[in-house]
Design a protein around this ligand. Sequence first.
Ligand code: LCS
Length: 393
Amino acid sequence: MKTNDKGFNTKLIHAGAFEDEFGSATVPIYQTSTFQFKSAQHGADCFSGKSDGYIYTRIANPTIRAFEQNIAELENGYAGIATSSGMGAISSVYMALLGAGSHIISSGAVYGPARGVLEQDFSRFQVEASFVNTSNLENIIAAIRPNTKVLYIETPANPTMEITDIAACSKIAKEHNLILVVDNTFCSPYLQKPLDLGADVVLHSITKFINGHADIVGGVIVTKQEDLYKKIRHSMVYMGCNMDPSQAFMVLRGVKTLAIRIERAQENAMKVAQFLQSHPRVAWIKYPGLESHPQYALAKSQMKGFGSMMSFGLHGGYESGRKLMDNVHLAILAVSLGGVETLIQHPASMTHAGVSKENKIAAGITDDLVRFSVGIEDVEDILADLKHGLDAI
Ligand code: LCS
């Protein structure tokens, strides 16, 4: 169903859905690897592009396409490309937009492997990468080289919660002929729409808020223009980073409640952030909804709400953080984020363990940093759990 003229909540439920011959109320799982051609000519026409019939699930599949249509409408983009994981989305974008001798500028604080794949893998194909604090625009301008092709930002950044000005980055990208790619995982299109702010490509780990139930891994890319869509889809299909039909079914189910999940989670997060901010054992906290966040004003103007992710450090550093993680019981000690359940983890030794010590320090991923993803449980229970953990230090 086309829902371009409808509200966001209506899009969540109906965008991408189609009627089948049985009148199914939900999009069925087309659990097939291949599709039967009506004739030899039809098969040839599907391959040449004269017919848009389905061919093979790595290339396209009705369940996956329904999700791609859904997310494209949520992000106000041209079209979506679903992938096996968030890293599948990131790798497909890098593969499509970079080549030997080209250069990418990336936020220094990004999900560890999004940086690692450039440093350890794309570097073997002579792709150059600079990692800077993109929340300061001067760092971006200073890093631009004649061969820079892509500006890649994650905002809010994982795990430092730094905010980068998407509209200002779009202006810089246009002036220097760069493609602006935004990882919107921490916000989801409910809170932030990078394409509306001038980005060319937006991507997500749908493992997080978009699916929201910690039960699948997946990714998605949405482009603003057709040419970028074709380029990136080619890389995704040829590298085999495709989503599976059953993943697409799960995320079509999960995404329906995105807005109400985020509303509830960020309401809880504000109370958790205020509690932590006033707790004597907490040395610092970074939550975009607190006025103490250095980019509070930017977060307020760029995001529809402040989300449910935060990072903080305790007096006593890592030792205190370790005791807290070992003494909370409701919050699950696990990586990942953006689900209905509250999660706690230590980036320096977990999600960002693959980033070198000096690069972690330069990116602000300090050893005392504890990351907290607030879920939709009763906030009193989350607060009691944190209090119990902090009292045990
Ligand atoms: N982008 C961001 C901002 C992420 O946080 C992650 C995963 C990815 C991309 C990659 O997505 P995936 O392939 O895992 O679907 N972040 C994780 C994290 O912080 N803990 O565990 C995974």
